[in-house]
Design a protein around this ligand. Sequence first.
Ligand code: F6R
Length: 265
Amino acid sequence: MDIVIRPTQVDAVKLTAMIIADTLRRNPAAVLGLATGRTFQPVYALLVEEFTEGRIDFSGVTTFNLDEYAGIAETDPRSFSAYMREQLFSKVNVSPDRCHLPDGTAADLAESCKAYESAIAAAGGIDLQLLGIGLTGHVGFNEPGSALHSRTRTKALSEITREQYRQYFNNGQEVPARAVTMGIGTILDAQRCLLLATGSEKSAVIAEALEGPITASVPASALQFHENCTVLLDEAAASRLNNTEYYLTTFAHEPEWAEYRERNL
Ligand code: F6R
């Protein structure tokens, strides 16, 4: 795992967006695994800017989102489909038939989860998987206790997660109790994972996930198994880590980060 700490949320977001943009410039037919949530909104805004200014092209890109609420239709404004349309898909030239999200309303959810896994495999697997982290340590909606080899399936959301997402559900509407999510095994199959966490409220779970034991109780800790996982943090999210000095040297001195240092990122 490469852990990179940038001073502010803006710096961490910018570096994340540039890594994604560089991935698309190197491989215009990249398969991206996408995350929703607050953390990634400014990242998508920067990608839209890169596109608008002609520096990236989504016409050959395929996307697979991590998750969708069970029982919420893609047309519902609270769905993650709606989030993706609003934040990214409607603003860039990605082909709608190459944008995939789990179907939260499939008549046979188990079959539809299998089909999602098959579609990822048929696309050649995920080149770059974007990940946020929830307060329970979830990645995707793999809540504590998720099998570390799990594949796409429905998963009950914890009360902490439902509270985290309540802000999107107004007028007394309940946050769904379940979601369809890629499994930890699905995520670990990606060529590269990019976890972004910002803000002090993520500092405790980040310390557990990155420096604690690998355990299903903190699902994000499974990323310690991944051979090509980059974790991007701002100082606030990194504030409870122990090996901070070592992580700071990664960005300051390692050759793979030289081009980003030169670009003042
Ligand atoms: C969303 C997802 C979740 C979020 C996580 C962090 O597709 O898979 O794991 O990334 O809950 O959410 P925010 O960014 O809103 O703190």
